[in-house]
Each structure stands twice: as C-alpha cells, then as structure tokens.
Design a protein around this ligand. Structure first.
Ligand SMILES: [Zn+2]
Ligand SMILES: [Zn+2]
Length: 222
C-alpha cells in the first residue's frame, strides 16, 4: 500500500491582490499552518473549518501588507504562534497598519512575530516539518517554506510562473533575488511543485525551462 502523503494543502486567495494564502496541514494530526494570511481572516477560518483542520501555526514569507496584513487578527482568533519571516523584514511589518489605511485594507495590522526565522531553520507542524530558506531580493527578510518528502514549496513573491518578484521596493535587490532562486531553490529539485504569492502553481523544472527571467537559457546569456 502506498504511503499516505504527509501533508495536504489548499489555497485560499485573499485581498484585492489575490494573494495565495495557503493552508497546509499534517495529514496525521490535522494540525494546520496558515501561510501568509494577508486579510479576509473570516474566509481563512472558514476554509480551515471546511477541511476539518485546526490552525496551530501562522507562517509568514515576508512582511508585505497583502501577505501579512491579517496575521494579528488570525492570531487573536486562533491563539496560533506567529513564525517568520526573517528579522530583516521588520521594517515592512512595522508599516503594515499605515499601508493598510493607504491601500484600502483598513483592518490590516502590524505585529511582532513569536519567532523570527533564519536560513536553515526547520518549522514543526504536527508530526512533520518544513525547511526554511532565506531568499532575499524582493524583500530583505523573505523566506521560503519547503517540505522535502512532499516535494512542495511555498515561495511567496520570490518566484512566479513565468516571472519573478519585483525588486524596485526599498532594500530590494535584483542580483540577490536571482542568486536566491538559482542558488537555493533550484538545488531542491526540478520536480518540486510550488505555490507562488500570486497566480497559478508551477514546478522549479518548468521555470528552469520557460521563465524569461531565470530559465537556464536566459541566465546563460545574462
Ligand atoms: Zn511582496
Ligand atoms: Zn505579494
């Protein structure tokens, strides 16, 4: 009999920016982590309850409003521990409340994580765990969550199908972003499926073939 997959995941796009909030859970314990609760916390809670899972952790890829604006509300509703991103995104998190007022998300709140993350950290979820990779460039404190056995990653705004994250924000850095994608994500394997911060899922292998910014062919002539 084949092994049960150790994790399951469902995507719930939130905010006017259709950010891919992802609920992942340990199949054995049904303990769930909500990755990037940008807003619409009621919808996130309903999605979790529809799947019969309990929100145990909140994981943040980076401090942008559309990814982290609902963190404080979700923490208050669930008591879940807030983990990530890397400390270098503190300046982004500190301006979430102000940015929310400016960009039509008045409920968004700044917060303090219970734990900052660093490259090489591991985060526990029920009886399974994810690996953490620090991938700066879009923001200086951006992290990626990777489940090795399930061949699954949540990469936030580092990489998209056929595109990469913007680097024109304060402390953005294009060269760092390319380095993070090719130096940290590609070695995880071409078969890895990833949820980007916005838009459809893809695999690292597909992006190495066709992504105009980071395909093997594009970088060869860069
Ligand atoms: Zn972003
Ligand atoms: Zn985003």
């Amino acid at each position: 009999m084949p092994d049960e997959p150790p994790i399951r995941a469902v995507i719930a796009p939130v905010t006017p920016l259709q950010q891919n909030c992802t609920i992942v859970w340990c199949a054995k314990t049904r303990k769930a982590a909500v990755i990037d609760p940008g807003g619409e916390v009621e919808r996130i809670l309903k999605a979790a309850s529809d799947h019969g899972v309990a929100v145990d952790k909140i994981w943040i890829t980076h401090g942008h409003l559309d990814h982290a604006g609902g963190t404080e509300a979700l923490r208050r509703a669930t008591g879940a521990e807030v983990i990530g991103p890397h400390r270098d995104d503190a300046f982004w998190i500190d301006q979430i409340t102000a940015d929310g007022g400016r960009w039509g998300m008045p409920e968004a709140r700044s917060f303090t994580p219970d734990r900052w993350l660093a490259d090489g950290d591991r985060v526990q979820l029920g009886e399974t765990e994810f690996e953490v990779y620090h991938c700066p460039g879009h923001t200086p404190g951006h992290v990626v969550f990777f489940h090795r056995q399930a061949r699954f990653a949540q990469v936030g705004d580092v990489l998209f199908r056929n595109s990469i994250g913007r680097t024109d924000f304060p402390r953005g850095n294009h060269a760092q972003l390319i380095q993070a994608i090719t130096g940290k994500l590609w070695p995880l394997g071409e078969d890895v499926r990833f949820v980007p911060g916005h838009g459809p899922m893809s695999t690292f292998g597909a992006e190495r073939k066709t992504n105009p910014f980071v395909s093997d062919a594009a970088l060869q002539f860069a």
